[in-house]
Design a protein around this ligand. Structure first.
Ligand code: HEC
Ligand code: HEC
Length: 196
């Protein structure tokens, strides 16, 4: 994939791996936890169907952090950790929510910059801000794949939106018109002289 903020792209699909990569779960800061460890918390092997009972891609925190789980999370976590995670997800959800109003202000500001010299750069900033916000939104886990990256991307997004909102509209420069007028006048004198 390797989709990055390029000033134009605002959409990103299935950024789960990119979000997860470099997280505590695969950098050695936490016992290694892969996608399936969280998403297919299995209760037991089923002798009849020869399947693991949890065979969907669901995330079931109560099961995952229980003693029953085949994962070894219970060595360090317990059922209550499911609630801790939920609280952390709420914080990310709230940040995304707040970012939406920051985005609204930025989009109004951007419209006002239309036609000015700063428009192109600020449009890129705006697009990148949307990209980072979408990245976290699209990932769909509200930070759990990688808390650090989720917060970092939301920070980036907020900063970029604000850079659009805080851009001053350039004051009208009378200088240029004055110069045009003077040259126009000189030209007319020159024509008038030639006709003589
Ligand atoms: C530490 C546990 C954990 C790991 C590891 C993990 N996930 Fe997740 N994932 C979650 C949680 C929690 C959610 C949010 C689900 C919820 O709250 O119901 C989620 C959500 C998702 C979703 C979105 C589902 C939706 O409804 O939008 C996808 C897709 C996904 N994960 C894929 C992956 C992939 C691919 C990997 C490995 C690269 C991975 N996950 C690793 C915990 C994990
Ligand atoms: C050797 C101990 C240990 C084991 C085993 C372990 N964890 Fe953790 N885990 C930790 C510690 C320590 C933290 C950091 C404490 C915190 O975030 O509150 C943590 C944090 C987490 C977080 C929160 C990350 C965040 O950024 O908020 C999740 C989710 C998690 N672990 C999932 C799992 C899962 C799923 C398993 C089993 C597959 C597991 N852990 C196994 C020690 C462990």
């Amino acid at each position: 994939m390797g989709a990055t903020a390029d000033g134009m792209t605002t959409e990103i699909h299935h950024p789960n791996w990119e979000m997860y990569n470099d997280s505590i779960y695969n950098t050695g800061n936490h016992p290694e936890v892969g996608c399936l460890d969280c998403h297919m918390a299995s209760r037991e092997y089923n002798d009849t169907t020869h399947e693991i009972a949890g065979h969907t891609f669901d995330y079931e925190p109560e099961l995952l952090f229980s003693l029953e789980s085949s994962g070894e999370c219970y060595d360090c976590h317990d059922e209550e950790f499911a609630e801790v995670i939920e609280t952390r997800q709420d914080l990310i959800a709230q940040r995304i929510e707040e970012l939406k109003s920051v985005q609204n202000n930025a989009s109004v500001a951007l419209e006002n910059l239309n036609g000015t010299a700063s428009y192109e750069t600020k449009l890129e900033d705006y697009n990148n801000a949307v990209f980072y916000m979408h990245f976290v939104e699209e990932d769909g886990c509200l930070g759990i794949h990688n808390m650090e990256k989720a917060n970092e991307y939301l920070d980036k997004s907020e900063k970029l939106f604000n850079s659009v909102t805080e851009t001053e509209e350039p004051v009208e420069q009378p200088g240029f018109e004055a110069i045009v007028a003077v040259f126009g006048l000189m030209f007319m004198f020159w024509i008038a002289k030639k006709r003589d």
